[in-house]
Design a protein around this ligand. Structure first.
Ligand code: FO1
Length: 326
């Protein structure tokens, strides 16, 4: 169990959308407002003049228990009148905006146009949805992920992910605007506190976590933290539970295993949570100077999410003790 001191401390979790949001549910259940979430906004884009922040929306809807459970994104009990009407008008409908979801994008866009920052807009939406934990966009400035294809062409992320269903082979990534962007004020301030741990959720390392790490020396800031930084594997038995992580690894000529992910994060993490079916890989990760624990990382039920979150907290507790005694 987590000790009392940690219960009083703050935790930070870096996350993308669907995969990361599952662990976020568990952390939120155990920690309530003692955990903050820093969310990838490299997937953000504009459609019909609306500012869409898919990963923020996924996390908000998930924590508010309003997310479409099977899809993992969008609202539960959604209706589609807006989409049907767009279709009638001859418009492309490759990106599905439900009627309920539309209200979020309208409000966000309106408030951004009125001069609010993305952090302020997100805080407002979270309050309206009854979410106690702070959710911070990684930055208030625009950062846009693009993926490169073998011909050298750069595709906007949602075009690659949704319109092309991740079919194109990827040869690289870039985060347009990351060189000028700064961390959002909430994320910056949370890194100034004495955190109990920082978790990297089981999100795609290349297109969900890397955009966060690419801003404002975030990678170096993680290295400097006295709190343990712990990544949870997004790869189990050589596969990603959801999304294109494993496919991307193949295309980037990387071995498709959890060791590769641990190596990818090696410079900024202290600990790695490996799935119990990959336990045999632990010595290879430990040889990188990373502490390892094994847990069931497949999260199907609410109990699975809470159990993995509890394992994260227990591991953080052990790493804090180990760091103090080192
Ligand atoms: N993902 C899809 O695969 N198809 C969609 O039509 C789609 C619409 C959508 C609308 C709002 C929103 O917040 C997210 C939406 N997503 C959709 C999910 C999202 O684009 C991706 O899951 C993330 O960008 C990857 O993390």
């Amino acid at each position: 169990m987590v000790n009392q001191k940690q219960n009083l401390a703050s935790y930070l979790a870096l996350t993308g959308g669907v995969g990361g949001a599952k662990l976020a549910v568990g952390l939120y259940h155990l920690l309530n407002d003692k955990v903050s979430f820093a969310v990838n906004t490299g997937d953000d884009f504009e459609l019909y003049g609306l500012h869409i922040s898919p990963d923020i929306d996924t996390l908000m809807y998930t924590l508010a228990d309003k997310c479409h459970a099977q899809q993992g994104w969008g609202r539960a009990d959604e209706t589609w009148s807006f989409m049907h009407s767009l279709q009638e008008l001859g418009e492309q409908t490759w990106f599905q905006l439900g009627d309920k979801d539309l209200a979020t994008h309208l409000l966000r866009t309106c408030n951004l146009k009125n001069g609010q920052t993305l952090s302020e807009v997100t805080a407002h939406l979270c309050t309206a949805l009854g979410i106690q934990a702070p959710i911070y966009p990684m930055s208030d400035q625009s950062v846009r992920t693009q993926v490169q294809t073998p011909g050298g062409e750069w595709l906007d992320f949602q075009h690659y992910f949704v319109a092309e269903q991740c079919a194109p082979v990827v040869t690289g990534f870039r985060f347009i605007g990351a060189d000028k962007a700064t961390l959002s004020p909430g994320l910056y301030q949370s890194l100034q506190q004495q955190l109990a741990a920082i978790f990297i959720c089981p999100s795609n390392p290349f297109v969900s976590v890397d955009p966060i790490l690419s801003i404002d020396d975030m990678h170096a800031r993680l290295k400097q933290q006295s709190a343990p930084v712990i990544a949870v594997t997004p790869i189990i038995g050589g596969q990603a539970i959801k999304g294109p992580t494993a496919k991307m690894m193949v295309e980037l000529s990387m071995p498709t295993d959890a060791v590769t992910v641990a190596r990818y994060y090696a410079e900024c993490i202290d600990g790695f949570i490996l799935d119990e079916q990959d336990e045999y890989l632990a010595p290879e990760i430990e040889a990188l100077g990373i502490q390892v624990t094994c847990a069931q990382t497949i999260m199907q039920s609410f109990e699975d999410k809470v159990s993995l979150a509890q394992n994260c907290l227990n591991f953080a507790d052990r790493l804090n003790q180990w760091k103090r005694s080192a």
